[in-house]
Ligand binder design. Structure first.
Ligand code: HEM
Length: 384
C-alpha cells in the first residue's frame, strides 16, 4: 500500500497515528518506491538524532559537477569532527546579536508586505506574505543587494519548489552557485555588515562558503514560510485559542511553539544512514540503510504530550523536536522564531478578523515527505 499518497498529503496525521500506534520504527517506501525506515515516536527520535553512529554523509556523485563540490561540503551533510568545525565557525558569525539586530528590518519588511496584502480582496497569504518574508530576511542576512534579488528569487523558487523537474533544478542550482561565487568575490573586495562578509573572515572563499550560503538559503526559506501559514491555519481551526491570543498577545511565543509542535514545518528530519546494525525498539536496522524521523509524528506522540492533537497555548512545554535535536539542531531556530513572532504579531494585530477565505477541505498542502505547509491560503482580512 502506498503510504505517502494524495491522502497523506491532504492529512498526514491519520497515517502517522496508525504507524506510531503500532511501533516506533517502520520500514516504508517513498512515493518513488525507495525504501527507508521511518521513526514515529518521541523517545526513539531522540535516540536516533543523538546516535553518532548514524551518518549524515550522502552520496552526491549523481549531481552535476558544478554542484557536487558545494553540496558535498554542506554542514548538514557532514559528520563530526568535520561538522563540528564548520558549525563552530558559522555559529561565531551567525550570533544571537546578529539575529536580534535584524528585528527592525524584519518589522519593516513585514509591514511593507502587509501594505501590499491590504490592497487585495482575497490575497494568498502564502504567496504574498509567508514566502516573500523569509526570502527577504535571508537576503538581508546574507547581504544580497536589492538589485540582485529578482533573478535570485527566481532560481531559489525553482530550488525550493523543485517545480521545474530535475533538469530545471540542476540549472537553477548551477546559476545560484555561480551567483554566490560572484557575490562572495564582491564581498571579499568590499566587506559589508552582513553574514557573508563575516563568514569570509572564518571560512575560505571556496566551496565551504558557497555550501553554507546555499544551506542557509534553502533551510531557512520554505520552513519559515510553512510556519507562518500553518499558524494562521491552526488558529482558524481553534477559534477559542485565537480569542485567547487576542486577549493576551504575550501568548505569541507560546503560539509559535505550539504550531511548531502540531504542524511541524519540516515534516521530517533529513536522512541519516546506519553505519552498523542499530536497534530501535524491538527492531534492528542493518548497516547502510536510510533513516528518517517523522517530526510530525513524534511531536504528537501521546506518550510525550498530553492531548497531543490539541492546540493549547497554555501547554507550557516546548519539548517538541521541530528543529531537530543533537549536533545538527537547527542553526536558524532563533531567527525562525523571531520572524514568526514579528510576522504573526503584526499580521494579527493589523487584521484581527483575518481568516481563510475557503473551507479547510479546499486547501491544498504541498506534496512530498519533507515539508508540511500549504500551497496557498486565500484569506479575508476584515470581518466585513
Ligand atoms: C537544521 C528545521 C529555519 C538553518 C534544521 C533541522 C531541522 C530544521 C529539523 C535538523 C535536520 C536534521 O537533523 O536532519 C527548521 C524549521 C525552521 C527552520 C522548522 C523554520 C520554522 C531555519 C532558518 C535557518 C535554518 C531560518 C537559517 C537562516 C539551518 C541549518 C541547519 C538546520 C544551517 C543545519 C544545522 C547543522 O547541520 O548543524 N532545521 N529550520 N533553519 N537549519 Fe533549520
Amino acid at each position: 500500500m502506498a503510504l505517502f499518497d494524495d491522502a497523506y498529503t491532504a492529512d498526514p496525521h491519520p497515517v502517522l497515528a496508525r504507524l506510531r500506534g503500532s511501533g516506533p520504527v517502520h520500514r516504508v517506501r517513498s512515493a518513488a518506491g525507495i525504501p527507508f525506515w521511518l521513526v514515529t515516536r518521541w523517545d526513539e527520535a531522540r535516540q536516533v538524532l543523538t546516535d553518532a553512529s548514524l551518518s549524515k554523509r550522502q552520496p552526491v556523485d549523481q549531481l552535476p559537477a558544478p554542484l557536487r563540490a558545494a553540496l558535498a561540503t554542506q554542514m548538514l551533510l557532514r559528520d563530526p569532527p568535520d561538522h563540528t568545525r564548520l558549525r563552530r565557525l558559522v555559529s561565531a558569525a551567525f550570533t544571537g546579536r546578529r539575529v536580534q539586530a535584524l528585528e527592525p528590518e524584519i518589522v519593516r519588511i513585514t509591514d511593507r508586505l502587509l501594505d501590499g496584502l491590504a490592497t487585495e480582496a482575497e490575497p494568498d497569504l502564502i504567496g504574498r506574505f509567508a514566502v516573500p518574508l523569509p526570502f527577504a530576511v535571508i537576503c538581508e542576512l546574507l547581504g544580497v543587494p536589492e538589485e540582485d534579488r529578482g533573478p535570485f528569487r527566481a532560481w531559489s523558487d525553482v530550488i525550493i519548489t523543485g517545480g521545474s523537474g530535475p533538469a530545471g533544478m540542476a540549472e537553477a542550482m548551477a546559476e545560484i552557485v555561480a551567483y554566490f561565487r560572484d557575490l562572495i568575490a564582491r564581498k571579499a573586495a568590499r566587506p559589508a555588515e552582513d553574514l557573508l562578509s563575516a563568514l569570509l573572515d572564518v571560512l575560505d572563499d571556496g566551496d565551504d562558503l558557497v555550501g553554507m550560503a546555499l544551506l542557509l538559503l534553502v533551510a531557512g526559506h520554505e520552513t519559515t514560510a510553512n510556519l507562518i501559514g500553518n499558524a494562521v491555519y491552526l488558529l482558524s481551526r481553534w477559534p477559542d485559542q485565537r480569542d485567547r491570543l487576542r486577549d493576551d498577545p504575550d501568548l505569541l511565543p507560546a503560539l509559535v511553539e505550539e504550531v511548531l509542535r502540531l504542524a511541524s514545518p519540516a515534516a521530517t528530519s533529513t536522512y541519516r544512514v546506519t553505519t552498523r546494525p542499530t536497534t530501535i525498539g524491538a527492531t534492528t536496522i542493518p548497516a547502510g540503510e536510510q533513516v528518517l524521523v517523522s517530526l510530525l509524528a513524534v511531536n504528537r506522540d501521546p506518550e510525550r504530550f498530553a492531548a497531543a492533537d490539541t492546540l493549547d497555548l497554555e501547554r507550557g512545554d516546548a519539548g517538541h523536536l521541530a528543529f531537530g535535536h543533537g549536533v545538527h539542531f537547527c542553526l536558524g531556530a532563533p531567527l525562525a522564531r523571531l520572524e514568526a513572532r514579528v510576522a504573526l504579531g503584526r499580521l494579527l494585530g493589523r487584521f484581527p478578523d483575518l481568516r481563510p477565505a475557503v473551507p479547510a477541505e479546499d486547501l491544498r498542502w504541498r506534496s512530498g515527505l519533507l515539508m508540511h505547509g500549504l500551497e496557498a491560503l486565500p484569506v479575508r482580512l476584515t470581518g466585513a
